[in-house]
Design a protein around this ligand. Structure first.
Ligand SMILES: Nc1ncnc2c1ncn2[C@@H]1O[C@H](COP(=O)(O)OP(=O)(O)OP(=O)(O)O)[C@@H](O)[C@H]1O
Ligand SMILES: [Mg+2]
Length: 278
């Protein structure tokens, strides 16, 4: 939810990244469209799980259920063993740094567009700059006509619009700012769809640094990461990958395991690889 969050959140025991478990989750949208039917899925604490599947397989819906924008028709979503329905909604959303596919572009200043990731730290300009730097948006922001005070929309004095890829990096900075502020879960729904392949590779390197603390940045905490992407160059870097099809997880493993299994993942991967070769 890229919401406000004090370090540590507000949920007991979530100073460490939590484990997430979807347990026999079924879900139909209010119009009757059945998306999941007995979905089982686990993300170990601090691990990254990539989710792949065809358009309409339910990847975005899965994150919406996690964020409690909808409730499962049956089954449960557990966070460190606790049903998310039992958690206080506001504190739960502080634990989630989410960028949805149709992420929000606030017609407000750059400070707000990044700072809304953790409202209570929004006046910490060093922290804002750090998140923007790791998302690859710092240079763009600081070259705007009014820097961090630039309204990100045309039609305002000194306002400016950004390209799709630049907006995406601003949204990523917002999510990283939420993680810095204490969110233990990072969910990225096609975070790099507007970036070219090289930019995406660079950005994902940065992301990995965020979620696995490096020697130089001991205060970076690991987070539990859900990553949705159609790009296998990104997907393959996740600790584990699961393939959604017809409302269920049909394959799960590391990239190498799934390629060896010669199933749906392997077919999708070789299709994309051959497209890039050609
Ligand atoms: N608000 C909604 N009401 C009804 N049906 C919906 C709604 N949102 C999504 N759906 C349907 O639910 C199914 C899963 O959609 P979802 O957006 O989760 O797929 P996805 O895997 O994220 O696809 P994509 O790769 O295109 O992003 C689709 O059939 C979609 O048409
Ligand atoms: Mg989607």
């Amino acid at each position: 939810m890229v919401g406000a969050g004090e370090p540590g959140g507000g949920l007991v025991g979530l100073n460490q990244p939590p484990a997430i478990r979807f347990e026999s989750v079924s879900f139909a949208y209010p119009d009757g469209r059945q998306v999941f039917d007995g979905l089982d899925l686990t993300v170990p604490a601090g691990a990254s799980l990539a989710i792949v599947g065809a358009n309409g397989a339910g990847k975005t819906t899965l994150v919406k259920l996690l964020a409690r924008l909808y409730e499962p028709t049956s089954g449960r979503i557990l966070v460190d063993g606790v049903d998310v329905r039992e958690l206080d909604l506001a504190s739960w959303r502080q634990q989630l740094a989410v960028i949805f596919q149709d992420f929000v572009r606030y017609e407000l200043g750059t400070t707000e567009n990044v700072g809304f990731g953790c409202v209570s730290r929004m006046d910490d300009s060093d922290a804002l700059r750090s998140a923007a730097r790791r998302a690859g948006s710092l240079a763009v922001i600081e070259e705007l006509p009014r820097g961090w005070d630039t309204v990100l929309a045309r039609g305002y004095t000194g306002g400016a619009d950004l390209s799709g890829g630049e907006w995406q990096r601003v949204a990523l900075a917002r999510a990283l700012f939420a993680v810095d502020g204490g969110a233990g879960i990072l969910a990225l729904d096609e975070p790099t769809a507007n970036l070219d392949v090289r930019a995406e590779a660079e950005l994902f390197e940065h992301l990995l640094q965020v979620v696995s603390p490096g020697a130089g940045e001991p205060d970076r905490r690991p987070v539990t990461t859900l990553l949705i992407s159609h790009r296998f160059s990104t997907v393959r870097r996740a600790d584990r990958i699961c393939v959604l099809d017809a409302g269920r997880v049909v394959e799960e493993g590391t990239h190498d395991e799934l390629v060896r299994a010669a199933g749906l993942y392997a077919r999708m991967f070789s299709l994309q690889a051959s497209r890039f070769d050609g």
